[in-house]
Each structure stands twice: as structure tokens, then as C-alpha cells.
Design a protein around this ligand. Structure first.
Ligand code: HEM
Ligand SMILES: N[C@@H](CC(=O)c1ccccc1NC=O)C(=O)O
Length: 286
């Protein structure tokens, strides 16, 4: 270490020859990753790289969210609530990071975006199959959403598969039934390819959990974790809608929707409605 030169010396043990050894770039396939940004504006607009990287990093995180959600689902199937909650905890951190990331894109002004928006053609986040897969795994099934992937067999297969499978909410509800709670039977034999719809009987199950937390501590904790997950998902949707509003105003979307109005309607969707409804009941007379 040469303090005067403000330079750190490279230690003798530091690896420098990677002809026959695994390296950082090799392990992480950085050549592929860092050559996957292809701006379409010509001449290239300075801000298009921001736009591409914001989406690519979001898709990478969504890939991990999907990976963790599958683990959460299989843990619930095995009655391993602790493992499931470990997965949920990780997902919650990813969601925070994804939501925080909107501030980077918000530095893209409407003037700058308008200069390359036309080059995006009809491509849109509406066509993100990983985002749709997350919605499906959380229980917001919608077969109609698969239509836009007619030209993408990989996406179609993934989403078609998830549509027919249980969501993490279906699995949580089944776990509650195995624990002896009076879960309405129609919920246990429902067509899982449809979106979960509000069940008043399930609210009563949660009421039992929330009114005797000591007896049902792990379930009580799990319920609150699921509420956090939904809350975080809605915060992402809200920041998306607000960023869209400040960037394109009330223009229609490149994907063909009305734009902001369409995104606002997504804020009315809910994954775990009974977990929210139970709050109204707590402490109320029987
Ligand atoms: C300036 C930036 C952005 C604008 C102006 C914008 C605009 C829009 C609009 C107008 C829609 C409605 C569909 C349409 O007609 O196109 C939409 C949908 C969507 N966008 Fe973006 N978006 C932006 C950035 C992002 C980013 C960074 C992501 C991250 C992956 C994203 C993901 C999505 C998703 C998943 C949908 C579907 C939402 C749903 O079905 O409720 N968007 N976006
Ligand atoms: N729908 C956006 C375009 C857009 O944001 C976008 C375009 C291509 C790939 C991802 C996108 N992000 C989110 O919709 C718009 O109407 O400006």
C-alpha cells in the first residue's frame, strides 16, 4: 500500500490468470448479459439505455420472485410454514427494491421519452410474461391475458401451466383446512384457473386466527406476511401508474390500452381480499 500515491497494491495471492479457472465474468455470463441492450432509436437516443436497463433489471428481479414463489407454494403444500415465510421475506425485499427503482426512471422527462417513444412500436410492459406469471402465482388468474403471447410459445406454456396450477393463496387456504379450520368446501374444490373471488366464510376463519393470536401464532404471522406482499405489489402498481402519468400524461398506451385509466383499474384488484376484510371484523361484537 502506497499511501502517498493513494494506490492499493495488488496482493501476491490475488488470482490473475483465468485461462483454466472460473472467472467472475464467465460465471455470470457477463458477455451475454452486457451485450443484451439493443437501443432501436436511430440515431441512438441517450436515454433509451436507461429505459432498457430499467426493464431488464425489473425482469431479472421478477425471475427471482417467480423462483421464490414456487418455493413458497411447495413449502405450503408440505405444511412447512417457516420455509414459506422465509421466501416471502425475501420477496418483500425484492418488491421494495423494484418499487424504489421507479425513482430512477422518473428522471426520464416527458420531452426525452417522446423523442424515442415512437420507436417502441406496439411493444409494452403489458406483454411481460413474468409479471403475468407473478400475478397468476399470487392468485389473480386471467386466461385472457395469455392471448398476447400467441406468438411466444415459451410464455404461453409457462402461463398456461400456471393457470391450471394452484396459487400460493389456494395452498395457504388448503393448509388452513388441514389445520382444522372450517374453510368453505367450495374453496377447496374450486376451479383454480379462475381468479380467487371473495369468500365471506374465509373471513370467519381469519377472525378466529386474529382473535386468538396466541393459539395460532404462526398462522397469524403468515397472514400478516401475505398482507405485506399484497401491499408491496400495490405500491409497485401505484408507482408505475404515477410514473406513467408524469411521463405520458393521458396518452393511450403503446400496447393499445387507454393508458393511465387502465393502470388505475389494476389498483382495484386484490389477491387476498379476506385478509383485508377481516380487519373490519376484529373486535366487533359476535
Ligand atoms: C416511462 C416508462 C413507462 C411508461 C410510460 C409505461 C406505460 C405503460 C402503459 C401505458 C401501460 C398499459 C398498457 C399499454 O397500453 O401499453 C403499461 C403496462 C405495463 N407496464 Fe409499463 N410503462 C413504463 C415503464 C414500465 C416498466 C419499467 C415496467 C417494468 C417491468 C413496466 C411494466 C408494465 C407492466 C407489467 C404492464 C402491465 C400492467 C397491467 O396489466 O396492469 N412498465 N405501461
Ligand atoms: N406502454 C408504454 C411503453 C412502455 O413503457 C414500454 C415499451 C416497451 C417495453 C416496455 C415498456 N414498459 C412498460 O409498459 C407507453 O405507452 O409509452
Amino acid at each position: 500500500m502506497s499511501v502517498e500515491k493513494n494506490t492499493r497494491s495488488i496482493e501476491a495471492g490475488i488470482e490473475t490468470d483465468f485461462r483454466d479457472k472460473m472467472s467472475y465474468g464467465g460465471y455470470l455470463a457477463l458477455d451475454e448479459l452486457l451485450s443484451a441492450q439493443h437501443p432501436v432509436s436511430a440515431p441512438e437516443h441517450h436515454d433509451e439505455l436507461l429505459f432498457i436497463i430499467q426493464h431488464q433489471t425489473s425482469e431479472l428481479w421478477l425471475k427471482l420472485v417467480l423462483h421464490e414463489l414456487r418455493m413458497v407454494r411447495s413449502s405450503l403444500q408440505r405444511d412447512d410454514l417457516r420455509m414459506a415465510m422465509k421466501g416471502v421475506a425475501r420477496i418483500k425485499h425484492i418488491q421494495r427494491s423494484l418499487t424504489e427503482q421507479w425513482s430512477v426512471l422518473a428522471t426520464l422527462t416527458p420531452t426525452e421519452y417522446a423523442q424515442f417513444r415512437g420507436d417502441l412500436g406496439s411493444s409494452s410492459g403489458f406483454q411481460s410474461y413474468q409479471y403475468r406469471a407473478v400475478e397468476f402465482l399470487l392468485g389473480n388468474k386471467n386466461a385472457g391475458m395469455i392471448k398476447v403471447f400467441a406468438a411466444d410459445p415459451v410464455a404461453q406454456e409457462l402461463l398456461g401451466g400456471l393457470l391450471a396450477e394452484t396459487s400460493i393463496y389456494d395452498e395457504f387456504i388448503r393448509l388452513l383446512a388441514r389445520r382444522g379450520f372450517a374453510v368453505p368446501v367450495d374453496l377447496l374444490s374450486r376451479d383454480v384457473s379462475q381468479a380467487h373471488v371473495f369468500s365471506p366464510g374465509l373471513v370467519q376463519v381469519y377472525r378466529e386466527v386474529y382473535e386468538d393470536t396466541g393459539a395460532h401464532w404462526d398462522l397469524y404471522e403468515a397472514c400478516e406476511e401475505l398482507v405485506d406482499l399484497e401491499d408491496n405489489f400495490q405500491l409497485w402498481r401505484f408507482r408505475h401508474m404515477k410514473t406513467v402519468m408524469r411521463t405520458i400524461g393521458m396518452k393511450t398506451g403503446t400496447g393499445g390500452s387507454s393508458g393511465v385509466g387502465f393502470l388505475q383499474r389494476a389498483l382495484e384488484l386484490t389477491f387476498f381480499p379476506e385478509l383485508l376484510a377481516v380487519r373490519t371484523e376484529i373486535g366487533a361484537a359476535q
